[in-house]
Ligand binder design. Structure first.
Ligand code: HEC
Length: 296
């Protein structure tokens, strides 16, 4: 089964175009179809057993009628099921127990030498057969993968999917060397929500600064252009409370929140923290094309 799923997976990643809808994942479709077949099978079984019951009842009535007409006494035939139950629990009947009674007598307690219940005995044989099949399939012929092999299959599959996903992302991935400030309202709204939920606890809701520096003035410890801000947010400042948000926020989200910070500039909120760092002159930074790297 695993092997089958793996083969299906391998086929599917070749067809797969990464998308947001779960229905585009062929595995979801596969499990849905299998689930549907399973439910249909159960329903068919239920209906069939019901019809069988009806049929049994009708034959029973017919045979009672036939016996009545012949004037003989009607005896119920044991059902297949009751025959099976009797066979699987068979043991020496009570009347014949004397024949299997052992000679020992432990202070009045005697022991019967009954045989094992057939259901138990056959189950035991079945486990032996299963053990043989398992040994052959997993260890002798390598038809099915062992845990390690299965794990490696999964990992290589995930690698292939990741490559596919990366290839499908159009344009270069955003980082501190190529990030551009965005003015897209949706992106800025996203930046604002990130800022409110994460950053405001240290930089204050209005950006005036608390544990972290004032983000509304023109003084910056690590540079005030978009790329420097992106770098600080993404990589953090070692040894300070400003951690590397790049591990928990996507490049887009960092771009968005960094861009949002620009809208706080020059807002002069009351009781803001006093300026820290150097006066940042936007033009100069642009002219030199310098991207200040973060020095811890
Ligand atoms: C736990 C507190 C804390 C949180 C949360 C925090 N920061 Fe900071 N941040 C700091 C501290 C402290 C510094 C100063 C680091 C230093 O001394 O260089 C800093 C520095 C900065 C700087 C550089 C300021 C400068 O002067 O160069 C930026 C930009 C910044 N944070 C943005 C953010 C953003 C965006 C978030 C949310 C994703 C955030 N911070 C979340 C504490 C925090």
């Amino acid at each position: 089964m695993n092997q089958l799923v793996f083969i299906l997976n391998t086929i599917s990643i070749n067809l797969q175009i990464p998308s947001t809808s779960i229905w585009d994942d062929p595995m979801v479709l596969f499990y849905t179809v299998v689930g549907f077949i399973f439910i249909s099978a159960v329903l068919i079984l239920v209906v069939a057993s019901f019809l069988l019951q009806v049929l049994r009842q009708l034959t029973k009535e017919a045979s009672i009628e036939a016996a009545r007409q012949k004037g003989v006494e009607w005896k119920e035939e044991p059902s297949l099921w009751s025959k099976l139950m009797e066979w699987s629990n068979r043991s020496v009947p009570l009347e014949k127990e004397e024949t299997v009674m052992l000679d020992h007598n432990y202070d009045g307690i005697r022991e019967l030498d009954n045989f094992l219940p057939p259901w138990w005995k056959w189950l035991f044989y079945a486990t032996i057969i299963w053990g043989g099949v398992y040994l052959a399939a997993y260890h002798l012929t390598d038809t099915l993968p062992l845990q390690t092999a299965e794990y490696e299959q999964e990992v290589s599959l995930a690698d292939a999917q990741q490559k596919l996903l990366k290839a499908s992302i159009t344009g270069p991935v955003i980082d501190e060397t190529n990030v551009e400030q965005t003015s897209d309202p949706v992106a800025l709204a996203d930046g604002k929500s990130t800022y409110t939920s994460i950053c405001s606890s240290c930089h204050r809701m209005d950006g005036g600064g608390d544990i972290g520096p004032n983000l509304t003035d023109d003084y910056w410890k690590h540079g005030g252009d978009i790329r420097s801000v992106y770098a600080v947010v993404s990589k953090g400042v070692t040894g300070t409370n400003m951690i590397a948000w790049g591990t928990s926020l996507s490049p887009e989200k960092i771009r968005n929140v960094s861009s949002y910070l620009f809208s706080l500039r020059g807002t002069n909120p009351p009781n803001a923290k006093k300026p820290e760092g150097e006066l940042f002159k936007p033009q100069a930074a642009q002219d030199s094309g310098a991207v200040k790297t973060v020095v811890p």
